[in-house]
Write a protein that binds this ligand. Structure first.
Ligand code: FAD
Length: 385
């Protein structure tokens, strides 16, 4: 939609997602989260809405939404239940990597199926010994005839139990210096030797499948090397960071907005010392700070997404948006817990889920410690004396 469709069409899509979120997602969120059960019915509804093709180009059957519209959709979903946004987001990060870097044959093979949600993807980067320092991964793909033979393991891979394959970061040359020159991405479909070891039990982000994977002499055709050239995997991964960070920022801002909404309502319903608790100044301070963080995060997301849509460099802006959005999510969820008092601790109330889900946003797509370093380096680079 980004190139041809009017902003009215994009607004109509955001409105349709909002209606779905309130009508279908809100009523089932607590049930699936507490049972830690994969929400198949929600996935089917997301397919029908077109969410699995949200950012895939129209030429490949997707909606081709702008980053700004995509961000607004993610905020809407996460403001009710963050986990389902992960089901289409990891998938769309894989799709975006294929669209940016894949050969035409790879795009034709994967993107239409991905846009329909028939093939659902994941991102296979992290290993037990390597998260922030991705160049330290140990999974190796060795060329053998027309195939690569892959051995190694991954962990924390979201969508990997119910998904159909992963964008797998491997070392095609483990001895390369600098290390990133020996790294490649493979379009790894499930098959013999691709083992999903088990679904990890998590504090939050429940219902969605995050798993450990092992690869034992797993064969991938060489035609599945992303872009057809070895040694580009690290750069291809880094190329997706701006959109990935806008996405996580939006998830954090959505959690923050959802927590604020719940707290605003509760503060008007609950009475203490003869008046609704919102009339106590201590509660007002919290509500004011929360609302300011929500709006600040959304403005930073808008700035980053708008630059992204104009094709401008936005690594600094996306990092700031991710930092602000995720910290807003964590802070607002915690403040809302305080406003709910003892009831915040009850699983009968949604706010405890927001609290459990929020911290993940400070970890994924670059921890906030790493992001602060990115921001500081960019600031110095752009303001050299
Ligand atoms: C629920 C969940 C879902 C996930 N889904 C996926 C997925 O789908 N695909 C995937 O590939 N990964 C996924 N991850 C992994 C996630 O991306 C990593 O956990 C994250 O990148 C951090 O890596 P790490 O856990 O190895 O922490 P580490 O890199 O070991 O970091 C530990 C601490 O050290 C700090 N640190 C490390 N290096 C530096 C530095 N240079 N400067 C300052 N501080 C530093 C970090 O900020 C952090 O505080 C998921 C994780 C979780 C928890």
């Amino acid at each position: 939609m980004s190139e041809n469709a009017s902003s009215d069409d994009e607004q109509a899509f955001v409105d349709a997602v909002e209606t779905w979120v309130e009508k279908e997602l809100r009523p089932v969120a607590r049930k699936f989260d507490l049972a830690d059960e994969y929400p198949h019915e929600v996935v089917e509804q997301m397919k029908e809405l077109g969410l699995f093709g949200a950012t895939i180009g129209e030429a490949y059957g997707g909606l081709g939404l702008s980053a700004w519209t995509y961000a607004r959709i993610v905020v809407k979903v996460a403001s009710v239940w963050m986990a389902p946004s992960g089901i289409f987001n990891s998938h769309l990060i894989m799709a975006s990597a294929i669209e940016r870097n894949g050969t035409e044959a790879q795009k034709q093979d994967y993107l239409p199926r991905m846009a329909r949600g028939e093939y659902r993807g994941s991102i296979g980067l992290t290993e037990p010994n390597a998260g922030s320092d991705l160049q330290a991964i140990r999974t190796v793909a060795k060329a053998d005839g027309d195939d690569y033979v892959v051995n190694g393991s991954k962990t924390w891979i979201t969508n990997s139990l119910h998904g159909h394959g992963t964008l797998l970061l491997v070392k095609t040359d483990p001895t390369a210096e600098p290390r990133h020159k020996g790294m490649s991405l493979l379009l790894a479909d499930k098959g013999p030797g691709f083992n999903v070891v088990g679904k990890l039990k998590k504090m939050g982000y429940r219902a969605i499948d995050t798993c450990e994977l092992t690869f034992e002499n797993y064969r991938v055709p060489r035609a599945k090397l992303l872009g057809g050239v070895e040694g580009k995997g690290f750069v291809q991964t880094a190329g997706g960071l701006e959109l990935g960070r806008i996405n996580v920022a939006s998830r954090g801002a959505g959690i923050a907005e959802g927590a604020l909404k719940l707290a605003l309502r509760y503060a008007q319903e609950r009475e203490a010392f003869g008046k609704p608790i919102w009339q106590h100044q201590a509660v007002q301070l919290k509500l004011a700070d929360m609302a300011t963080q929500v709006e600040g995060a959304k403005l930073l997301i808008r700035q980053a997404a708008t630059k992204y849509d104009r094709g401008e460099r936005c690594d600094l802006e996306a990092a700031m948006a991710k930092l602000a959005g995720s910290e807003a999510g964590a802070a607002c969820a915690q403040e809302a817990m305080r406003i709910f008092g003892g009831y915040s601790y009850s699983v009968e109330y949604d706010i405890e889920r927001f609290y459990r889900d929020a911290m993940l946003m400070c970890i994924g797509e670059g921890t906030n410690e790493i992001l602060r370093q990115v921001i500081a380096k960019q600031l110095v680079d752009r303001n050299r004396i």
